[in-house]
Design a protein around this ligand. Structure first.
Ligand SMILES: Cc1cc2nc3c(=O)[nH]c(=O)nc-3n(C[C@H](O)[C@H](O)[C@H](O)COP(=O)(O)O)c2cc1C
Length: 326
């Protein structure tokens, strides 16, 4: 399926000279599941092609490459924003080649444009956006900020639904239940351990971020403790919200990835910390239960906790030259 979008606001005539590598420096700071950074970029005359790198897939936690595709979608949003802020409109075609499912997007340089203040603030937020897995304070989010977060998801064709009341209890119980099931699975633990890295690596989850070393993760089923911890972190957060889409296919996953990236950058602009609790969507038998707990139609893709917390570290990245296709 093909979708072309033009990022347009005030359009003038000739686009300024543009350095694609600077835009890619922003793209690679996107979040990705287990920090796999599953993207490859091909720089061409007048544009960049985005490919998914399935050698970095997570066959146990993400057998359909749903989260892998969302991670690439997040990188795409960073790329689009970086282009706009440098004064260039982007013309994006999603899934441009029906014979190559790894080819996720073609980004072409459009006309010159004048970026909005919000575009500039979102790009300024890119280096400061980090997944913050610490405990959040009980301080509520201002209503106006919550509204902007919901709008950010809608702008990219997804929805963000804050979960409250009884529904929230049900969703938090599903986080804990999914965590217990995943940890009981040796293949899941092996895969997770494989992506926990020593300090010097430039991908994967740094040991300090995850809090457990690979040997422990591989060897012991810590499901009960981990599930309790995830349950408590989610229960204490002022906002728990599900990001979802109307469809459940690669195109929708690309939209969800762009949407979550815009939500996270909007949150960063407002000094709001975010972390992911997607476990109930990763366990296929539990995903329909999230849908019924929410009482809404559509497909839940990601579960976010939002609130206020002390600053956290940046996770490492592979440099741009390592993610370029010749
Ligand atoms: C699609 C997607 C799924 C993710 N799922 C989880 C998750 O289940 N648990 C978690 O702690 N972090 C999750 N993350 C966050 C990544 O681990 C994080 O982005 C990565 O480690 C890089 O760190 P950074 O976000 O601080 O740059 C997810 C990120 C994405 C984009």
């Amino acid at each position: 399926m093909l979708t072309s979008t033009v990022d347009s606001s005030t359009v003038t005539t000739t686009a300024p000279a543009f350095d694609w590598c600077t835009a890619l420096e922003h793209a690679i700071l996107a979040p990705s599941s287990h920090n796999t950074q599953p993207w490859r970029f091909r720089v061409r005359e007048g544009g960049v092609d985005l490919f998914i790198d399935r050698t970095r897939r997570l066959p146990v936690a993400d057998p359909d490459d749903r989260e892998l595709t969302m991670s690439c979608g997040a990188a795409l949003l960073h790329l689009r924003l970086a282009l706009r802020v440098s004064g260039v409109e982007s013309v994006v075609t999603l899934l441009p080649d029906s014979t190559n499912s790894d080819f996720l997007a073609r980004v072409e340089r459009g006309n010159a444009t004048v970026p909005s203040d919000e575009d500039c603030q979102l790009v300024d937020a890119i280096p400061y956006r980090h997944t913050n897995r610490q405990q959040y304070t009980g301080r509520s989010l201002p209503a106006g900020v919550t509204r902007r977060l919901l709008d950010a998801a809608c702008t990219e064709g997804a929805w963000l639904l804050p979960v409250g009341g009884n529904r929230r209890e049900a969703v938090i119980d599903l986080i804990a239940e999914a965590g217990r099931r995943q940890w009981a699975d040796r293949a899941f633990r092996r895969e997770l351990a494989h992506w926990i890295r020593p300090h010097r690596a430039n991908d994967g989850l740094p040991g300090y971020a995850f809090g457990l070393g690979p040997l422990i993760v591989r060897t012991f089923d810590m499901g009960v403790n981990q599930a309790r911890r995830e349950h408590d972190l989610a229960a204490e957060a002022p906002v728990l919200a599900v990001l979802g889409t109307l469809e459940d296919n690669p195109l929708a996953w690309l939209e969800a990835g762009q949407a979550v990236a815009r939500v996270l950058l909007t949150a960063t602009m407002h000094s709001i910390a975010c972390a992911f609790h997607n476990q109930p969507m990763q366990v296929s038998e539990l995903r329909p239960q999230v849908m019924s707990a929410l009482g809404t139609s559509g497909y839940p893709q990601l579960l976010l906790r939002m609130g206020y917390a002390p600053e956290t570290h940046a996770a490492p990245r592979r440099p741009v030259h390592e993610v370029l296709v010749n």
